[in-house]
Design a protein around this ligand. Structure first.
Ligand SMILES: [Zn+2]
Length: 362
């Protein structure tokens, strides 16, 4: 069996060498071996292993790797790549193997570019594997440290963002992919205003077609919070001092109003999605926070002041929220039992958390 496993591993390795553009890996449900037929399938830059051989290949590569890891000896990198690639393609959760690859990158025995390509291939089959994202972050940081021009960095960021979109489509509520996306904005882009604003625009379409995906909305909340961070004194790593720092973008209140109107339209079109209501609570809470410093003003000009705010379209308050909820209730009247439950929960939340009492008289 070892001879067979060794041969399959070599086939796998040679296929990768022959075609550097391989971008997808999978296991095919072929449960029995057909004599003399190679279980490594390679079509149109996609590679797959037949199911029957996976266990043999995995156990063989695993035992070879850990034998070496326990009593390290001089190993040629081809062999190391062959074992570790097979293990991680089949099971990417083993951090010891990723760590060994990190050591090889640090010793210049593995190219970071290739490592990024390999981990992307692993994600094509396991888009929700946390150690893959952790490894990717480490490689990205190693790679761009010191030698990365803004132009290269922009290319890296663009590539990572499109990878995140792809894997978010592969798996709903892909928390790890969205966290990776936030990490990019934070660590690689240093909250670059232009990138944050572009992201708000480009994820709008995604969230409107995935209304029950909490992660997409949570990411938008992160983006909106980046805006409130305001004047960052360090230059933007993508655009330098200008034009990024000079364009502060719209005020937080305007952004929140835009987001609320976008969300209200979604809520009118799609009933019974809890993710939408959670997103609403985030926005209401932000408005509530902005209201705090003006409390004195509200006390002095009670009534007229709140009206005034509504007219200028700057804030949002309990009265406006009440009007919106009545509309929602009317829409959910006939068929939306779950939506009515969600409305009740929201009213309870408003009362308990932001002290915006909305009477339950509908
Ligand atoms: Zn920038």
């Amino acid at each position: 069996m070892d001879v067979l496993a060794e041969r399959i591993l070599l086939d796998l390795r040679n296929t990768f060498k022959k075609d550097p553009l391989i971008d997808e890996f999978d296991v095919l449900p072929v449960h029995e071996s057909v004599s003399n037929k190679c279980p490594v399938i390679h079509v149109d830059h996609k590679i797959a292993l037949e199911d029957w051989c996976v266990k043999h290949v995995y156990v063989y590569a695993y035992s070879k790797f850990f034998e070496w890891r326990k009593k390290p000896y001089n190993i040629d990198s081809e062999c190391f790549l062959m074992w570790t690639s097979a293990i991680l393609l089949i099971n990417p959760e083993i951090e010891t193997v990723w760590n060994a690859r990190k050591e090889f990158v640090s010793q210049n025995l593995l190219l970071p570019e290739n490592e990024l390509k390999f981990s992307e291939l692993v994600l094509s089959r396991k888009p929700k594997s946390s150690p893959v994202y952790a490894h990717r972050k480490w490689v990205l940081q190693e790679w761009i440290r010191g030698k990365c021009t803004p132009c290269t960095l922009q290319q890296v960021v663009n590539h990572e963002l499109s990878l995140c979109s792809r894997v978010a489509n592969l798996y709903p509520n892909n928390y790890y992919a969205w966290c990776h996306r936030s990490w990019l904005i934070q660590e690689l882009c240093h909250y670059c205003h232009k990138t944050v604003s572009d992201e708000l625009t480009c994820t709008e379409r995604w969230t409107s077609t995935h209304v029950s995906d909490h992660c997409g909305f949570h990411y938008r909340q992160f983006l909106l919070s980046c805006y409130s961070k305001g004047n960052n004194s360090t230059p933007c790593p993508l655009h330098g001092d200008e034009p990024c720092l000079n364009s502060q973008g719209p005020a937080m209140a305007t952004l929140l109003r835009q987001e609320l109107s976008y969300l209200s339209n979604l809520q009118a079109a799609y009933l019974g999605h809890e993710a939408l209501w959670y997103h609403r609570r985030f926005l209401v809470h932000e408005f509530h926070k902005m209201e705090q410093p003006r409390e004195q003003l509200v006390m002095d000009e009670r009534g007229s002041c709140k009206r005034h705010k509504w007219d200028q379209g700057q804030g949002w308050d309990g009265f406006q929220e009440g009007v919106f909820l009545r509309e929602c209730w009317a829409r959910a009247c006939d068929t939306g039992e779950w939506e009515r439950t969600l409305i009740h929960r929201h009213i309870k939340w408003l009362k308990n958390v932001v002290c915006w009492p909305v009477p339950l008289d509908f």
